[in-house]
Design a protein around this ligand. Structure first.
Ligand SMILES: NC(=O)c1ccc[n+]([C@@H]2O[C@H](COP(=O)([O-])OP(=O)(O)OC[C@H]3O[C@@H](n4cnc5c(N)ncnc54)[C@H](O)[C@@H]3O)[C@@H](O)[C@H]2O)c1
Length: 402
């Protein structure tokens, strides 16, 4: 069709698993392919194909993201013992998201999609709160030891020149536990730059918090690196954009966020981000309404939904049932990627299409047409529960009107 919207550079398309793989195809067939002359470089990250390629396909998809700059990813199974059996896997492959993150070295930004009728549990929140999680190091790469009885625990760092720096952690009189964690200046700096860049792009304030009063070297290092990079490279840009960088203590920020109106980006250390993003998803109404984008320090973007493969719905789908699975976050991963591709390639019609598609989706929800998960939380007086396909068709009708 000659009148379809044209693209210049392909999107890196990472297909996935289970119910989200079904939604993936529906979204493309109903809402994208009829309007966009879609160019993608396709990578099948479905469990079976990852196993067949010894997970090389995951690595290739991440390298393609580095090459082209924008990817859209479907939710994927992270293998565990049950999945090894279910899919007869050669081994328990690593989490694809972990592999991709390690290659792109990015920061994950999670932002809820707000619609009328789904009120955040905190009544003052008028705008979305984005969580920026530093997805590297800390307790996720810890080394821990169970201390069985009286013992001396020490922290020892041996320099390349053989020089030792030694600190006593604890003189144990009895049994206990001990752990060592680390981070690197490079990763923290990349985290800081990703956050500052994203804040400028979104034109939203950036808040950052650690526990530097207690952790005077470890957490303080995060604070110092953020401040130094801000002062050197971002202060003027933030002032010109009319936004603010604000540092405080983690306990203070929690209290402030709860009282806030929202509309800011909250940068979190790895563990804080892990915990707070789930709290945010629940407090804003639904995990199925949370978008996620990985932004690398060299400016690559990988968009996805924050939820998993919705396994239970998939088994019902396999029995022939038409499920009412919420496709919104996966659809917004597509619109996010198409908009970014449009912006980078100077294709305003592509970016405008992404905007229209998002607006049509929100309009559909605000007119009371929604999937089962949202019917349960929406306060709209007239609600109609539809299955995933009917929901996407309802969006299409509204998109056509636009
Ligand atoms: N980013 C990712 O690729 C990612 C993230 C999390 C989990 N996973 C994988 O997904 C699989 C299932 O994991 P899980 O059950 O813990 O997480 P999940 O997000 O698939 O489901 C968690 C709960 O939320 C509900 N839910 C989630 N998304 C929904 C949607 N779009 N519509 C309606 N309900 C929705 C589910 O029914 C379930 O009750 C696992 O194999 C896991 O490894 C992948």
């Amino acid at each position: 069709m000659a009148d379809k919207i044209q693209m210049k550079t392909p999107l890196v398309e990472m297909d996935g698993d289970e119910m989200t793989r079904i939604l993936w195809k529906m979204i493309k067939d109903i809402l994208i392919l009829p309007y966009v002359d879609l160019k993608t470089e396709y990578y099948d990250l479905g469990m079976k194909h990852r196993d067949d390629t010894d997970d090389q396909v995951t690595i290739d998809s991440a390298l393609a993201t580095k090459k082209y700059g924008v990817a859209v990813k479907c939710a994927t199974i992270t293998a565990n013992a049950a999945r090894v059996k279910e899919y007869n896997l050669k081994k328990m492959w690593a989490s694809p998201n972990g592999t991709i993150r390690a290659i792109l070295d990015g920061t994950v930004f999670r932002k809820p999609i707000m619609v009328k009728g789904i009120r955040p549990l905190i009544p003052t929140w008028e705008k979305p709160i984005t969580i920026a999680r530093h997805a590297y190091g800390d307790i996720y790469k810890n080394t821990e030891i169970r201390v069985e009885g009286p013992a001396k625990a020490e922290l020892v760092v041996t320099g390349a020149d053989g020089k030792e720096t030694r600190r006593t952690i604890m003189d144990f009189q009895d049994a206990g536990i001990v752990q060592g964690v680390y981070n690197t200046d490079k990763s923290i700096s990349n985290f800081a730059r990703s956050c500052f860049n994203y804040a400028l792009e979104q034109k939203e304030d950036l808040w950052f918090a650690t526990k530097d009063t207690v952790s005077k070297i470890y957490d303080h290092r995060f604070k110092d690196i953020f401040q130094a990079i801000y002062d050197a490279d971002y202060k003027e840009k933030f002032e010109a954009a009319g936004i603010e960088y604000f540092y405080t203590l983690i306990d203070d920020v929690v209290a402030r966020v709860v009282r806030s109106k929202g509309g800011m980006i909250w940068a979190c250390k790895n563990y804080d981000g892990d915990v707070m993003s789930d709290m945010m998803a629940t407090a804003f109404g639904s995990l199925a309404m949370m978008t996620s984008v990985l932004v690398s320090p060299d400016g690559c973007y990988e968009y996805e939904a924050a939820h998993g493969t919705v396994q239970r719905h998939y088994y019902r789908y396999l029995k022939g049932e038409k499920t009412s699975t919420n496709p919104v976050a996966t659809l917004f991963a597509w619109t996010g990627a198409l908009r970014k591709r449009g912006q980078l390639d100077g294709l305003t019609d592509l970016a405008d299409f992404a905007d229209r598609l998002e607006k049509a989706t929100i309009q559909t929800l605000e007119e009371g047409i929604m999937t089962g998960d949202l019917v349960a939380v929406s306060t709209l007086p007239d609600k109609k529960k539809v299955n995933s396909e009917e929901f996407l068709e309802a969006i299409r009708e509204r998109l056509e009107e636009r």
